[in-house]
Write a protein that binds this ligand. Structure first.
Ligand code: NAP
Length: 528
């Protein structure tokens, strides 16, 4: 399956053995394991600090929606001297966590900050990657680990469409470090992903008015938010080994119960109400991922879960028109086919007189003037602030726009233009010694990121160890192996309800080129 090349080569002593792009969860996990092999590793990081998405995520209300401690590094060193304050920490706490991990792991000495990679070429004669940065720096290394994550490149919706607007326009991924004061302002939020939901919750009570421009309702699930008592912190600590062991064994990578081993159709009406009520009362993702085993395969089961969700949610919204937009009787896509947000009081925000929602499918935005948004029905919304919470480009596009060139100068973006093809979601044919962490055709978007990247980093480290001990200079998958993996991903996903919907799971959501094949909904059984 993998092509090997053995040959001697000239190595410059100052070059690292491994270049890692990105200092978030994925890059740090890779560093941790590869450094243990005695290799010299260098992380190139665009931002000024560790944390990846959590370095940049600074928008109001930002917090994780995967619960801790599962949402964290599994390395024993990082567990020492750290207690989470609550089950869904905010972005400031995540940044403190990365600083803590740096103290324990001494990460920063391996990182060159404020350094953005513009291209990386593989040179066959030397079996080395040459990585060029926007500041002119060139780094050469035998191995290249691309760990830029799935939320690296925000869509440029605002630049394309909001050119006329003289109001303040903000993208959550580039939120000003000093914050934004919404007090007394007319605010528009465009987009209803997890980010849009969190911003509405955080700002609705502060602004003069808030209008949400919605293309797709978010089937948000109540978050079981709680601050941990000292006793709970101790219990969590005592259970950490078991928690981290468990998260490796389940497809979601989260320490929540596995899906119920039967269909909703196997239960009586009363049993089903009781099952769903229990899951709903737990709060968080279990209502989705610990639900019936066929929830994402069988329309009737999915419909029953949706109906339950709608029965719970609709009474929380007083106004019928808003209710039908936010929690419609007929869902536009199966429940869970787009990732539900976790919310605390999202739907109640729309009971405030100053908060409204516009369905842009019915009333598309027809113009942005200097200080207004105008919809096709002629409604004019004065806005001081526009928040463009329209998400990120598809993960495959983010990777292919990194300027990666493999054997014979072939561009990744060219060979992926037709179809994304990876081996195990981690290697590409024609791109020797390049490893992708948290990329397309891996569990990335449908699994807990820190769990996935831990397993992937170990796999990469095993491969590199084998290469180093065997004197192997380069490895890349055969075209056949990559095609087989792509077909497997397609086979697994085509019968699921995810495949019915344009989303980040299928990498077809948002503007820009639509690259297929990002979905792999189960952890590969034999990953390492
Ligand atoms: P997202 O999930 O891609 O959501 C983008 C939203 O913008 C969608 O509602 C999309 O509608 C809408 N949109 C895009 N173009 C639009 C247009 N032209 N007009 C109107 N609406 C438009 O992005 P995100 O919320 O930033 O989340 C990105 C990723 O980060 C997700 O995986 C998310 O789960 C994760 N995230 C996690 C957390 C957390 O851990 N707490 C917080 C935030 C984000 P359509 O659905 O119709 O495309």
């Amino acid at each position: 399956m993998l092509e090997h090349h053995r040959q001697c080569d000239v190595v410059h002593t100052h070059d690292p053995d491994v270049t890692i792009i990105g200092a978030g969860f994925g890059g740090i996990a890779a560093l941790y394991h590869l450094r243990k092999l005695g290799l010299n590793c260098r992380i190139l990081e665009k931002g000024k600090d560790l944390g990846g998405v959590w370095h940049w995520t600074n928008y109001p209300g930002a917090r994780t929606d995967s619960s801790v401690p599962s949402y964290g590094f599994g390395m024993p060193e990082c567990r020492q001297g750290w207690d989470w304050s609550c089950n869904y920490p905010d972005s400031a706490e995540l940044r403190r966590y990365f600083a803590h991990c740096d103290k324990k792991l001494d990460i920063k000495k391996h990182v060159t900050f404020e350094t953005q990679v513009s291209e990386a070429h593989f040179h066959q004669a030397s079996n080395r990657w040459s990585i060029r940065c926007t500041n002119g720096q060139i780094v050469r290394s035998k191995y290249l680990v691309v760990a830029i994550g799935c939320t690296h490149e925000p869509v440029t919706f605002s630049h394309h469409h909001l050119g006329q607007s003289k109001g303040q326009v903000y993208e959550p991924a580039l939120w000003p470090a000093e914050g934004v004061d919404p007090e007394g302002k007319d605010v528009a939020v465009i987009g209803t992903g997890c980010t849009g939901v969190q911003i509405v919750q955080a700002w609705a009570g502060k602004v003069k008015s808030l209008t949400l421009f919605q293309r797709t309702p978010n089937f948000a699930i109540p978050m079981d938010f709680k601050r941990f008592s000292e006793q709970e912190k101790k219990q969590i600590k005592d259970n950490l080994p078991a928690t981290f062991e468990y998260r490796r064994t389940v497809p979601t990578g989260l320490a929540v119960p596995s899906a119920i081993d039967h269909s909703a159709l196997d239960e009586s009406l009363e049993e089903r109400e009781s099952t769903l009520e229990d899951l709903y009362q737990r709060g968080g993702f279990p209502f989705w991922i610990s639900s019936y085993k066929d929830i994402m395969r069988n329309h009737p089961t999915n419909w029953l879960v949706y109906q339950f969700w709608a029965r719970k949610t609709r009474p929380r919204i007083d106004d019928l028109k808003k209710r039908n937009i936010l929690a419609p009787l007929q869902p536009p896509h199966p429940f869970g086919a787009k990732r539900p947000a976790l919310e605390t009081n999202y739907f109640e925000q729309f009971n405030r007189g100053n908060v409204d929602v516009v369905d842009v499918n019915v009333n598309p935005i027809s113009a942005f003037t200097e200080s207004e948004i105008i919809t096709s029905d002629g409604m004019v919304f004065h806005e001081d602030i526009i928040v463009s919470a329209t998400g990120f480009t598809a993960p495959a596009k983010q990777l292919s726009s990194l300027g990666l060139r493999g054997i014979d100068g072939v561009k990744l973006e060219d060979i992926w233009a037709e179809r994304v093809q990876t081996y195990l979601g981690m290697m590409c044919h024609g791109f020797p010694n390049m490893f992708i962490i948290d990329g397309p055709q891996a569990p990335s978007e449908v699994s807990n990121v820190p769990s996935t990247v831990e397993v992937q980093a170990e796999w990469v480290s095993d491969m590199v160890k084998k290469m180093e001990s065997g004197g192997i200079q380069s490895v890349h998958p055969t075209l056949g192996a990559a095609q087989k993996w792509a077909e497997k991903v397609d086979d697994v996903s085509k019968d699921t309800l995810y495949a019915t919907t344009e989303s980040r799971f299928t990498a077809t959501s948002g503007p820009g080129p639509r690259l297929q094949g990002s979905l792999f909904w189960r952890r590969p059984a034999r990953l390492y």
